[in-house]
Ligand binder design. Structure first.
Ligand SMILES: NC(=O)c1ccc[n+]([C@@H]2O[C@H](COP(=O)([O-])OP(=O)(O)OC[C@H]3O[C@@H](n4cnc5c(N)ncnc54)[C@H](O)[C@@H]3O)[C@@H](O)[C@H]2O)c1
Ligand SMILES: O=C[C@H](O)CS(=O)(=O)O
Length: 485
């Protein structure tokens, strides 16, 4: 491991400005999914340590909220610069614990820095209102104030940028934070503690705890000092956290699971659609919340699309993320591989045809062959379950209305994509699809300038865009009398 990477690889938690272990001394091993080797350990903290982190964040909040938006922006710009100055080391650390190709890890770290820079500026535009008063002798103000201590819980698939989408707006708004990264990928989260320290954020503003997810989660959701929970992860856990946060009426932001449809109409640019399909499906080996889960291809071009996708996909290089040219890394763990195998077995039992891949890769471990399944049918589990792996089930359809109905036939509503050359169809389909994010003739659409977030059981709230800071603010109405007007 390069020396600079080890600088960020902290085997301790950041609580109130101190790097500490678990009270019990217990630790969790962190495994490199490509080599299955233990790369290190992190503290196995629980409620007591989390409570101390919350109290440190509450203490820090009382001074942090009084800093000017300009001062917070200055520190956030320094944080942005620290991330970019260390992009390679942070990317290598991310690959070691998550497995994605180095090029994707670099992009994720770059996206993390971009969120920080975006909110450095958005924090300076948190405007209030002066409302024309209905009373001649009173004045009405509406102000925005930081909600206070926030609890942030993030997933393993984007261990850096998912935290950036929370810490960026939270710190810009004047909030303080207690963050819990996923146990599979803790180092990219803990690195935010190192970066925040080096950027000059006051002690207690950023706290990072690792360990028992349920214990840390229970303290974050039940402690009344925490005024907001922001979660990115599965819908199942999101529902649990919402229920627990209700006990103290906390604000919640939920970035949850997806089941993205990808529609290709007869009038689409087929080569563009295939290029978009590979990008929207195979990023992070299919382990993203916005990855295509179901392809719907119109009858007239179905066979050509399948043929071209198989050909394009066959060119993907599978290997360890740090190896030059790797485009498909390993899946996160054995459980992920078993889930993918179950879904393929279900599909083939229901008439699906494996036309590419379909089994564990010759590299062994959790590497899996990029897979395409033709003749997918609506009774297959893909329709309702997130694959979270490199598998493309391809359904066929005849009419536009049928495609939109099938695309919407899921509890999820995060991302969707469709390819057409017809402008009228583009508006009909865009307006008919019940999803928070829509890619029209594009397969990769996430950007800091745009609000990211799902509908239905894919979540609540938005991250990115000008909308993303609103969830970290309380609106206060002030009526001022006695002015002798
Ligand atoms: N919508 C989005 O922006 C987005 C982004 C990335 C991932 N995701 C979703 O996340 C899922 C994959 O990530 P994952 O496997 O880490 O999800 P997960 O829900 O299993 O875990 C997410 C986080 O929650 C923690 N957690 C687990 N059980 C908990 C509990 N009882 N109390 C408190 N915290 C708990 C985990 O330790 C982790 O930090 C997929 O469903 C994917 O679609 C959504
Ligand atoms: O996995 C979900 C991420 O939000 C994907 S993206 O990098 O934001 O597109």
């Amino acid at each position: 491991m390069l020396k600079k990477t080890s600088h960020f690889m902290r085997e301790a938690n950041l609580i109130g400005g101190a790097w500490v272990g678990a009270d019990s001394g217990a630790t969790i091993e962190v495994v490199n999914p490509a080599t299955r080797q233990v790369i290190g350990t992190v503290p196995k903290c629980g409620r007591a340590e989390t409570r101390r982190a919350i109290e440190a964040a509450e203490t820090a909040f009382h001074s942090w909220k009084k800093t000017s938006a300009n001062e917070r922006a200055r520190l956030l710009r320094k944080l942005h610069d620290a991330i970019m100055d260390n992009q390679e080391a942070l990317a290598e650390l991310l690959v070691m614990e998550q497995g994605k190709p180095l090029a994707e890890a670099r992009a994720e770290v770059g996206m993390s820095a971009a969120y920080v820079l975006w909110y450095a500026e958005e924090g300076r535009r948190v405007y209030g209102d002066i409302v024309p008063s209905p009373w001649a002798d009173r004045r009405i103000l509406v102000t925005k104030e930081p909600v206070g201590v926030i609890g942030a819980i993030t997933p393993w698939n984007f261990p850096s940028s998912m935290l950036a989408r929370k810490l960026g707006p939270a710190l810009a708004a004047g909030c303080t934070a207690v963050a819990k990264p996923a146990s599979q990928t803790p180092y990219s989260g803990l690195a935010w503690g190192v970066l925040a320290e080096e950027a000059g954020f006051p002690e207690g503003v950023v706290n990072i705890v690792t360990g028992s997810a349920s214990e840390i989660g229970d303290e974050l959701t039940e402690n009344p000092l925490v005024r907001k929970i922001t979660f990115t992860g599965s819908t199942e856990i999101g529902k649990l956290l919402m229920q627990k946060a209700a006990g103290t009426v906390k604000k919640v932001s939920m970035e949850l699971g997806g089941n993205a449809p990808f529609l290709v109409f007869d009038d689409a640019d087929l080569d563009r659609a295939v290029q978009g399909a590979v990008a929207a499906k195979y990023r992070n080996s299919g382990q993203t919340c916005v990855c295509t889960n179901r392809f719907f291809v119109q009858e007239g071009i179905y066979d050509r699309f399948v043929e071209k996708l198989v050909e394009a996909m066959g060119r993907l290089k599978v290997g360890p993320g740090l190896e030059d040219g790797t485009q498909q890394g390993p899946l996160i763990d054995d459980k992920a591989v078993e889930k993918v195998e179950e879904l393929i077995a279900d599909a083939t039992a229901k008439g699906g045809r494996v036309v590419a891949g379909g089994k564990r890769h010759a590299l062994g471990g959790t590497f899996f062959e990029p897979t395409v399944i033709a003749d997918a049918a609506p009774d297959m589990r893909f329709m309702q379950e997130e694959i979270f792996g490199p598998v493309s089930p391809i359904f066929r359809f005849e009419h536009e209305e049928e495609a939109v109905r099938l695309a919407n036939d899921t509890a999820f509503g995060l991302a969707c994509y469709f390819y057409t050359g017809d402008l009228g169809r583009a508006f009909r389909v865009m307006e008919g699809l019940k999803y928070g994010l829509v890619g029209v003739n594009e397969g990769i659409i996430t950007t800091v300038e745009a609000p990211f977030g799902g509908l239905k059981e894919s979540g609540l709230g938005k991250e990115g865009g000008h909308q993303g800071i609103e969830d970290y603010l309380d609106t206060k109405y002030v009526c001022i009398g006695g002015l002798g007007l």
